[in-house]
Structure formats: structure tokens, C-alpha cells
Design a protein around this ligand. Structure first.
Ligand code: FAD
Length: 470
């Protein structure tokens, strides 16, 4: 199936009209139906066409989320949770219309428990807000997607980022959740214990469910101590293959890198001019180590020696905070810098993930495919996890370019799946990757559908996402 073959969802005009009336009365100015705000709450970050909801609700409490969901359930109207809208696969589109439930006013940090290294937050708190709040406690929350995403959205997409190689993804960093389910009932999936064997793991069922099973209204998260010392730097390589092989060796040797990010030559060109970086225009690894002063120095030296074996270097590293911040700001701005490579083009950011031993092969085959198809498509990757992104820059008005991009993305997904990997390491399925789920999981998709039908029999929770229509 092509990327643009979206799962259709039938509109329920009568139900929608009824819910619009109820929510306007109940929420007043916290329920909006203007065109601009509705469009903002649909999906806008790729060429996937925008499918706006009929109204946007801004609840302030779990009880209000329950009220909104109950109204939607009574009238069989879709309800689509919305964090900050930075997801990349059409996740927040409303193919059958309905209500966008914006969590931005549920942005309280409810508790920080330094002794237990955990905190409890509402879903609209963003990762940067949380880390600002934690700064004086000596703790931090490590998951860092490139956007300043909401923690509810991050849990719902099972997000990760540059730190995942050391600290894991949202899957490992959420201790428990509270969610409003499709029948309007609230469920708490656990408490604050570090581990639990108490029955089915409902926390992990909701993590990555993309708003299709329930709306997360509270999260208890694991926190980490800010390391005593941090060192990091950039190491250029003669080829992308050499860089990938250095990553594989570093991971296989058990060096506890906190971040190890691949940036290919084209992406380096973009970052050099956009973020004013002074490094060669060749494939590079951005690397960071966390630990004691002696530990990080030793890890940096060992990594430098590995890089040298693969023809890389010089590995210039530093412990100076300002210099490191500049590097990682440039890395987090990779999406925006790459857009400057083709002004006016739309960027389609796709991600796949393979076992680390197949990483070099997958990236080099993908670079060859990009060259053969004549695409402009820089690559960045959370290399330590075998996860990489290709940003295809295309003219979204040109059907030929759209078709070529779809073909490229389909081949990339199938290549990753063929290497025992996944069509998405962290962005999720949304609408864009629906066609690849069965290739990856086979009968697993039927089990997912059974779960969806049991928990959301009217299909009101973010319909048209994750599960293929077949
Ligand atoms: C420049 C850029 C860089 C990025 N880099 C990364 C990266 O490195 N790693 C990564 O993982 N992702 C990355 N992303 C993707 C995106 O930031 C993540 O998917 C993020 O987790 C989405 O959070 P959000 O608040 O924007 O959610 P939204 O986009 O608002 O929603 C995403 C999905 O979650 C659902 N949802 C939102 N809130 C809730 C809730 N409270 N309860 C239930 N469901 C909910 C929505 O219905 C939707 O299906 C990047 C995006 C951009 C634009």
C-alpha cells in the first residue's frame, strides 16, 4: 500500500453536531471551532493531507477529559488526543472529523520524589518544561525527541531520542499511567514501584498506542541523576560505512556511550551552514559520555582509538558545557537545517531501526538507493540503537516526486523489516506506516485489532491510525 492510501473513516454528521453543542456549552471558550485552530490541530508536518477535526477542546483536569470522552462515546464521535502536534506520520489527523483533545492546559508537575528518582506529571508538560523544573534537584528526564514534545504525546508514540542508547525509551522510563478509556472510565495502570509482576502490563499497552486505546491524563516517570561529568565531541569518518562500523564496535565493546549519533555528509553540509559548525563535510559521529571525570575521559580516549581503527578522526572532545550545548543544539536542529538544502521543499522525515549488526549495511544500501533515485535526502541516526532517519526533501505539489518518495520509503521500510528490524524505531505508525505493520508483525496485527475492539468497540479513539483496514 502506498503512503498516501489513508485508512478512511466515515463521518457521523449527526453525532458530531450533537457533541459540538455539548462541548460549547460545557467548556465555553475552552472549546474552539475556528478553521485556523482546527487546521493547527491536524497533521501538518509531512505531505500527508491535513484532515482537520470539527472542534478543539482544552480540558484542565482528568474529570473534564472523562466528560469529553463520555460525550463522544454517547454520540459515536472520534476523539483525538493532541500534545504539541510534533508527530510525523499523520497521527493527529481527523479522517472522520471529531474532537481534538488538546492537553496543553493539563501542564502541572504534580510531584517530584528525589529519593525515589521519580515524578508524576500531567500529559501536557513538555520534556523541556520538566527538565527546567528539575534543574535544582540534580535530576533530569533523559528522553529527548528533537521537538519539545509533550510527555503524554511521547508516551503515546513510545518516543526516544539521542539519549536512548544509555537511558532507554519511553517504554523503559514510564513507571505507570492514568488514562481515560473509550467508555469514559479512568484506569491507573500501576503505582510507583520500580518493577512489578502484577498481571498484564497495561502501562506498556498504552505506551505506543497513539491515542487509539485511551487518553493519558497522568504519568509517573523515572528520573536520572545529572552525571558528575559529561564529555563529548565530533569525529569525522571517510565513509558512512566506516562510521557505522565504528558504532557497532563501540556498542559491542560495551562502552557506555550516552549518545552516539550518525550524521551523513549531506546533513553535515546543512548543519555547517545553519548551525555554524566547523567540521569537515564528511560523515560524522556526534558522541557523548556520562560519568565521573576520570570515567568520561577514559571512555572518550577508548572511543577515539576505535574510531582510528576505522579510519576516523581526529576525535575532538571537550567537557566544556557551552561547546557541547552548541553541538547538541545543532544535532537537535537537524530537521530544520536540512530544510535549507532545498528551500521551499517539504521534508518527509521517516525512521527505521535494525539490529546493530545490520546497521552499516542498512544505511549504506539506503544511501545507494537515494543516489540511484536522484533524491535529496540527508540521513541522521541514533546509531547506537541501530535507528536512523532519512529526511526526503520533495516538491509536495509534484505527483511524480510524491510517488518517488513513497517508493523510496516503502523500500526503506521493507529493507529494515527484511533485516529483522522495524519500519519505525520511534516515530510510530500513525497513518503513514499503516501499510507496513502486517509485513512486520503478521498475525500480531490481528491480536492488536482484537484488543482495540475490546477496549474501543465503537472505534472512537483516534480512528484510522495504526491498524490497517484489511
Ligand atoms: C524536528 C523533529 C524531531 C523529532 N525527533 C524525534 C526523535 O528524535 N525521537 C522521537 O521519538 N520522535 C521525534 N520526533 C517526533 C515527535 O516529536 C514525537 O513523536 C513526540 O513523541 C510527539 O509528541 P507530541 O506531544 O508532539 O504528540 P502529538 O503529535 O500531539 O501526538 C502524537 C500521538 O500521540 C497521541 N497523544 C498525544 N497526547 C496523548 C495523550 N495524552 N494520551 C493519549 N494519546 C496522546 C496523539 O493522538 C497522536 O496519535 C520529532 C519531530 C520533529 C518535528
Amino acid at each position: 500500500m502506498a503512503l498516501s492510501d489513508l485508512n478512511p473513516v466515515e463521518r457521523n454528521e449527526e453525532g458530531i453536531a450533537a457533541v459540538l453543542g455539548i462541548l460549547k456549552q460545557r467548556l465555553g471558550e475552552r472549546f474552539q471551532t475556528g478553521e485556523a485552530i482546527r487546521t493547527q490541530h491536524a497533521h501538518t508536518t509531512t505531505y500527508i493531507p491535513t484532515q482537520a477535526p470539527d472542534g478543539v477542546a482544552f480540558p484542565g483536569t482528568t474529570a473534564e477529559v472523562q466528560e469529553i470522552v463520555t460525550a463522544c462515546a454517547a454520540h459515536r464521535v472520534p476523539v483525538i488526543a493532541f500534545g504539541v502536534g510534533s508527530s510525523l506520520e499523520g497521527h493527529t489527523n481527523a479522517p472522520g472529523g471529531g474532537i481534538s483533545l488538546d492537553t496543553s492546559r493539563m501542564n502541572r508537575i504534580l510531584a517530584v520524589n528525589p529519593q525515589d528518582l521519580d515524578c508524576t506529571v500531567e500529559p501536557g508538560v513538555t520534556r523541556e518544561d520538566l527538565n527546567r523544573h528539575l534543574r535544582d534537584t540534580g535530576l533530569f528526564f533523559p528522553i529527548d525527541p528533537g521537538a519539545n514534545a509533550s510527555l503524554g504525546g511521547m508516551a503515546a508514540t513510545r518516543a526516544s531520542g539521542t539519549n536512548a542508547v544509555r537511558y532507554g525509551t519511553m517504554r523503559e522510563n514510564v513507571l505507570s499511567l492514568t488514562a481515560v478509556m473509550a467508555d469514559g472510565e479512568t484506569v491507573a495502570t500501576g503505582k510507583r514501584a520500580k518493577k512489578s509482576s502484577a498481571g498484564y502490563d497495561l502501562t506498556r499497552l498504552l505506551i505506543g498506542s497513539e491515542g487509539t486505546l485511551g487518553i493519558i491524563t497522568q504519568l509517573t516517570l523515572k528520573l536520572q541523576g545529572i552525571p558528575q561529568a559529561i564529555s563529548g565531541g565530533v569525529c569525522p569518518f571517510p565513509s558512512v560505512e566506516a562510521a557505522c562500523n565504528a558504532v557497532i564496535a563501540t556498542i559491542q565493546m560495551g562502552i557506555p556511550v550516552a549518545r552516539i549519533e550518525l550524521v551523513n555528509a549531506l546533513q553535515m553540509r546543512a548543519m555547517k551552514s545553519y548551525s555554524k559548525l566547523d567540521y569537515p563535510e564528511s560523515p560524522c559521529l556526534f558522541v557523548e559520555f556520562h560519568g565521573s571525570d576520570a570515567g568520561v575521559a577514559e571512555q572518550a580516549e577508548t572511543f577515539g582509538a576505535i574510531a582510528k581503527e576505522y579510519g576516523g578522526g581526529p576525535f575532538l572532545w571537550t567537557s566544556v558545557a557551552e561547546e557541547r550545548t552548541k553541538l547538541w543544539k545543532a544535532r537537535h536542529d537537524a530537521y530544520w537545517s536540512s530544510l535549507t538544502l532545498r528551500p521551499g521543499a517539504k521534508g518527509l522525515s521517516t525512521d527505521v531501526c535494525v539490529p546493530i549488526s545490520r546497521f552499516a549495511e542498512c544505511v549504506t544500501q539506503t544511501e545507494a538507493d537515494i543516489a540511484e533515485m536522484g533524491l535529496i535526502a540527508p540521513i541522521v541516526g541514533h546509531a547506537g540503537d541501530g535507528n536512523f532517519h532519512v529526511l526526503v526533501l520533495m516538491d509536495a505539489e509534484d505527483p511524480k516526486e510524491i510517488a518517488a518518495t513513497e517508493e523510496f520509503v516503502a523500500r526503506l521500510n521493507m529493507r529494515a523489516i527484511g533485516m529483522d528490524g522495524t519500519c519505525t524505531g520511534e516515530h510510530g505508525i500513525g497513518q503513514g506506516k499503516v501499510g507496513f505493520l502486517r509485513h512486520e508483525l503478521g498475525h500480531g496485527v490481528d491480536i492488536m485489532r482484537t484488543i482495540k475492539q475490546a477496549l474501543d468497540p465503537q472505534n472512537i479513539m483516534n480512528p484510522g491510525k495504526i491498524l490497517p483496514a484489511d
